[in-house]
Design a protein. Structure first.
Lengths: 453, 136
């Protein structure tokens, strides 16, 4: 199972680090972490490195830099305002080098995470500071996260890939965020397809070390099937010689509000990562339901995930089918897009223009918006509507629009389950034996929580 | 009433906007949704074009105070928008607590209400005709 988790040429850099860890049977864990102040950022990286876990560092960029408002980022730095991330293009390369000095190295790679549809300035800034690993994608950092036209994002990402490939001393690494797509209520077939398509796009523009993402969803067995499909499609579609691994994100949707619920969801994601042969796990903290987490909270999440992964033992034998429904859906989508044009910079916008790719709940004008995901009574994510995508909706699905209460119930499905279930056995609610029909509609709850996802 | 619903300039989040549209429509309002990452100029232009009865700004990325202040200041520079009710809500800072000083500055700049994540308060604000007298 792990044979394809990290393949390609050996070398130095982010991808090689994960490959070596996988070969040694260790899950790499990584925080989401960014602070505006360089000293604080350095402390965060130092504590990540020192955590009792096999870690890589993260430098998450602030939202002003992400949307290209570099003047606003510089003004915020000048004002001493607290930003929600590290403004890598507002600080000088020397400042960033000083943040990294003595911390980043072959035994502690650092990835820049940003969320930008126009990432050239970020890529220039990170390579100027000697960094060579980042993430995102022309679709996954455009459609769900802003108003940049998709064609502009694609052009920007072509240049960003080329910049990253040209300016990195070692083997640069690029991770697709395609396995997230709004974080929840997108059925896995589209998540898997988008990760594969974006990594193929990266390879077309010069990258030789990539990772394919998938975000934990509502059902552990379905997630395991999706991750196995992702491994298989990566092996089938990425050219030989391209180093790749699979990265799992701990649940990205509405997070449990209880400490124990948040902890058990994180542990479930660590076990899922090990069972399904992911090389790396990006963790979440309990605090993220309320605010930007502290360094301490991040370290605790890393150590919790690492401990859960270590206890999970070796990857399970292939119990989930790797050529099941998710594989078939994802393969159909990938082949449909590649059939439009061999050059994905042309094929991806064309696919969205025709609705052949259609992200549920995505407000972006370049997304058709005719698809709809839902959680079936067994807790699996399925298609209520597929629009013009070459996929069949589930028969018997309720294709009525959501009410606000119905949407909240769906968005809180995982959080409610983990907040409610307590004192389960070691497998907790991510096991296969839960009472999946027992999902109260949440109508007794005040409908007053913002959705910070 | 006709409500213009918008994210703030640096905020990419959309589930809050998807949810709020449904919530507002179910309360009988007509909603014009601008989506995420709406800067102050775009917001002002949309207000002039759509002539809403109230503006609901939702922010959850921690830059809400700063982005909201920019937005309301620009709106108040346009004579046609000087009296347009504007409410800002969500998770407005990075620390997870209400910042009284920031709220005061937003109100001074012309925000009619600064709410947290309490939808009952939003409902009350709109039901009262979106006037500044309603306690924020």
């Amino acid at each position: 199972m792990t044979a394809d988790t990290a393949t390609g040429p050996s070398g130095s850099g982010f991808g090689a680090f994960v490959a070596e860890a996988s070969a040694a049977g260790r899950l790499v864990v990584q925080p989401r972490m960014g602070f505006g102040d360089p000293g604080h950022m350095r402390t965060g990286l130092a504590r990540t490195r020192a955590a009792t876990a096999h870690t890589v560092g993260t430098l998450t960029v602030d939202s002003y830099t992400r949307v290209g408002a570099l003047a606003a980022a510089r003004a915020a730095v000048a004002d001493g305002a607290r930003l929600n991330g590290y403004p890598i293009a507002a600080h000088s390369p020397d400042t960033t080098r000083a943040v990294l000095s003595g911390l980043r190295g072959p035994d502690f790679p650092v990835q820049v995470r940003h969320g930008s549809a126009r990432p050239e300035a970020i890529v220039r800034a990170l390579t100027a500071a000697g960094l060579d690993a980042t993430e995102g994608g022309p679709v996954s950092y455009c459609l769900p996260y802003g108003r940049t036209p998709l064609r502009e994002s694609v052009s920007a990402w072509v240049r960003a890939c080329e910049l990253l490939a040209e300016r990195s001393a070692a083997t640069p690494h690029l991770e697709s965020f395609g396995g997230c797509l709004l974080g929840q209520l997108c059925p896995p077939g589209l998540l898997v397809a988008m990760s594969v398509l974006e990594c193929l796009f990266f390879v077309q523009h010069g990258l030789r070390s990539v990772s394919l993402s998938y975000a934990q969803q509502t059902d552990a067995a379905q997630d395991e099937e999706a991750l196995r499909a992702l491994h298989r499609l990566a092996a089938e579609f990425l050219p030989a010689g391209v180093e790749h691994h699979v990265v799992l994100y701990t649940y990205m949707g509405v997070y449990p509000r209880t400490e124990s619920g948040a902890l058990r969801l994180l542990e479930a994601s660590a076990r899922l990562a090990v069972r399904s042969g992911a090389g790396r796990l990006i963790v979440k903290t309990a605090a993220e339901a309320h605010r930007i987490p502290t360094v301490d909270e991040n370290v605790r999440a890393l150590e919790t995930a690492a401990a859960a992964a270590a206890l999970a033992g070796a990857p399970a034998p292939d119990t989930a089918p790797e050529d099941g429904e998710i594989y078939q859906e994802a393969r159909t989508l990938v082949e449909t897009v590649l059939g439009l044009h061999a050059d994905l910079a042309r094929a991806l916008p064309a696919a969205f223009a025709r609705g052949l790719l259609d992200v549920p709940f995505c407000l972006h004008p370049d997304n058709a918006g005719h698809s709809l995901g839902f959680i079936d009574p067994a807790g699996r994510l399925r298609w209520a509507r597929t629009g013009a995508m070459p996929l069949r909706p589930d028969t018997g699905a309720d294709a009525d629009p959501y009410t606000s209460a119905g949407l909240l119930t769906a968005l809180r499905h995982v959080a409610d389950r983990y907040d409610r279930d307590s004192g389960d056995g070691p497998d907790g609610p991510d096991g296969y034996d839960r009472d999946s029909a027992d999902h109260p509609d949440g109508s007794g709850r005040p409908a007053a929580t913002p959705l910070s996802v | 009433m006709k409500i213009l619903l918008s994210g703030t300039a640096s905020d990419s989040h959309t589930w809050n906007l998807v949810y709020l549209r449904l919530f507002l429509e179910e309360h009988g309002h007509e909603v014009v949704g601008l989506g995420p990452c709406v800067d102050a100029e775009l917001l002002a232009a949309a207000c002039l074009r759509h002539t809403p009865d109230a503006v609901v700004l939702s922010s959850v990325n921690g830059h809400g105070y700063r982005d909201g202040l920019d937005a309301v200041r620009v709106l108040r520079t346009r004579p046609a928008l000087a009296a347009l009710p504007v409410v800002l809500g969500g998770k407005l800072g990075v620390v997870g607590r209400r910042q009284d000083e920031e709220v005061r500055r937003l109100l001074d700049a012309g925000c009619d209400a600064v709410l947290g994540d309490d939808l009952d308060a939003l409902r009350a604000f709109l039901a009262a005709g979106a006037r500044r007298e309603v306690p924020a």
